[in-house]
Design a protein around this ligand. Sequence first.
Ligand SMILES: Nc1nc2c(ncn2[C@@H]2O[C@H](COP(=O)(O)OP(=O)(O)OP(=O)(O)O)[C@@H](O)[C@H]2O)c(=O)[nH]1
Ligand SMILES: [Mg+2]
Length: 221
Amino acid sequence: MEVKLVSNLLEANDLLARKNRENFRQRGLFVINLMSAPGAGKTTILEKTIRALSGEIRIGVVEGDIVGTRDAERVQRLGVPVVQINTGGACHLDAGMIARALEDLNLEGLEMLIVENVGNLVCPAEFDVGEDAKVMVLSVTEGHDKPGKYPLMFRESRVLLVNKTDLLPFTDFDMAEMEKDVRGINPAMVIFPMAAKRGEGIEPWANWLKDQAHKKRNQGF
Ligand SMILES: Nc1nc2c(ncn2[C@@H]2O[C@H](COP(=O)(O)OP(=O)(O)OP(=O)(O)O)[C@@H](O)[C@H]2O)c(=O)[nH]1
Ligand SMILES: [Mg+2]
């Protein structure tokens, strides 16, 4: 009975995710679902990415948090359209929440939508929200053993941002070991190391995003 309930929940989500995806396809809008454990640096990366792409790609943001509007306020300061979702306890965003949030965000003229998911290394990976790519952040202070312990998010993500590399000298994080484990789970993973707070390593990642957004836009016409 319980298993059936969960499978129904995921099926219902997939249906709504397909609707979101069709909406995004018709608009030629490239959509990222940004996920990580709490505090890995999603909003910091978002801030630096918005700055790096300012004047080149028109970006909108959906912020997901259990409570509060702190992250949305940080993003709003940069002058991009943003809407905050409060899940009220749920550990992830789902496709229905995104569809409702988009009623408050004018997608007209936008080329990229970045969804910052609730900080959690497990639940968000299970729920498709209609994105083109799941992108995850792993900060070096979390330890290099995380791919082997939380494989789902590493399997589902197309891109891995390895953040806080400025702190490497103070940790025992083994980059080669982490990469080997990631390749075992997801051989095609695109990996960008970065120290987002200092703005280091943002450019290659921002260029990747720009390429993807252009491809999506061209497919739409
Ligand atoms: N040393 C260092 N600290 C960083 C870096 N990036 C982010 N931080 C810090 O890490 C903390 C969390 O950063 P956020 O960007 O808020 O992380 P988040 O993933 O959005 O957090 P939640 O939304 O709460 O899950 C803040 O104190 C940041 O200043 C980095 O590259 N190096
Ligand atoms: Mg955040």
